[in-house]
Design a protein around this ligand. Sequence first.
Ligand SMILES: C[S@@+](CC[C@H](N)C(=O)[O-])C[C@H]1O[C@@H](n2cnc3c(N)ncnc32)[C@H](O)[C@@H]1O
Length: 552
Amino acid sequence: MVSKVIQYTTIVFISTVAISSIAYAAWWDSKRRNDPAFRKKIRKEHKRIHKHAKAAEERAKQQQTEDLKEALEMIKVEPVPPTAEEREQYFMQHVGVGEQLSVQGPAFYVPAALSFYRALRVYPSPVELIMIYQKTVPEPIFKIVMDLTSMDTRERAEGYYHYFPPPYMNVEVKQILQLGEPGESEKGPRRIVLVATKDLQPGEEIYKEHPVVAQLDMDLEGTSRYCSHCFKEILPFQSLSPVHDLLLSTYCSGECEMLASTQSQNLLFGRGPRVPDGVALDQKERSEEAEIERRAYQQAFADFLKASNWTQVLLVARFCARQVAEEVKKLEPQPLSLLERSRLPEPAAGSPNYTFFDHVERLKYLDIKPIEMVMLENHLLKDVLSKAVDGLEELVSLDKYLMMKGKMAYNAIGVAFAGGRDDKPEPKGHIETWEWSRTPYGTNRQIGSALYRVSSNLTHSCSPSVRPTFPTGTNELHLVANRAISKGEELTMAYTYTHADGDESEEDARRRRRTRLARGWRFACECETCAGKKEGLPGVATLPQPILEHAI
Ligand SMILES: C[S@@+](CC[C@H](N)C(=O)[O-])C[C@H]1O[C@@H](n2cnc3c(N)ncnc32)[C@H](O)[C@@H]1O
């Protein structure tokens, strides 16, 4: 009986609901078709719901980003195990935890991704591991790992100028609008400049810095006159010449010899172990024939350098080798104290640990054409690197090589003591293949050239406010104020010899230095002295060299 009543009431209820639903649907459909105001209201309502849903989604996304940022900060301060063995254990442990969490459902995706990210931090080839993750880790978790990676990369890139140059150097990097460019606007091309962070007196030393890489001019390399590492003048009978060095480099002290060897010389021209003993490298043992082959390629490279007298290819080679030394250091069971000291001081306490490449990444570069000679030097360098460690030639694939060489050509500064030397041989070959470095004394008076992290940002002026000096008789650069400089003022150096020589008129000197600037660095000078005198030279930086010569 009870069930019959229920049945009956249920039927009545269902029919009532069904009838009213049908009636409502019919009314709604007719309104929708015939009443434009009603249609508008529905559309508005739809939009409102959509907007709310989107805002909720955005909020959830933002919250996740905030949470990830916080987690990333925490992970970054977690110590990385010091030895290779401990790092391997740490890696295995976190991959294991990540795998376990990833099968527990969406609530565990973030902690799973954090574990995979921890493992990624200590893996020697992160790119390779990311490719493995892509194939094996569930997609939403992989996406979070990638978000963490790009967050870290972005923070390092954007935070760079926050930490660098460090405050004790009394300068900061600013970006200013480039003048004279077509379409000049707030969004136009920008020029990077160095600006004083305090008032400076004439003659005041603003900062000093060691080079990232340095190279003696080739006519001095192997002559025992200057130290191949620090450029110090060597007293007679005091030079150290390593026996197996194919470039015949010489040093002023055992320390310079050791630093040069660990930073680049051994990898490029020596016959010591390719990486220090005790560093486990996943490479097959080298046979004696392989070592003989390695020496033959080193010899070919050294012969080419001596015959060409060029140094920029060596600056690139040394830069690559320093990157290798830096990576090797991470794999060292116990970091060698000398290697430790061979690192440049880092910007400031608490800053991310910037690599050599971070410092060079932001520098502008000249467009180097892959002409025959450039292809040849690239091949010779590739051979030397690949015979040292398999796969190292990737560091100088043609694109990367052209960019790195362009950076050296644009930014290297000439090192000259007390006004420079008179005995530098005339460069050989066509003028277009000559190498230029930035120095107020002229490239023809330098003893070598070097790439500096901060000074690379100095722009040129024909009446410069600062000058690079080398008062310690080494390639340590000390920047000195030529005149009083106010806080906030842009610092400028002369990239070339600016004064009138002998019976040269002021106008001839002006044309000479503008030609030099256009040839060496491919720009038309916009400094105060030149302002208003660059008639008929718009877009000069894009013209090919012969036209450039004619135009100026
Ligand atoms: C070696 S970079 C110096 C770093 C440079 N400040 C930057 O923007 O990256 C040289 C480049 O800076 C610009 N530059 C330097 N001095 C200049 C000047 N006096 N007039 C116009 N452009 C200049 C040119 O674009 C030149 O190619």
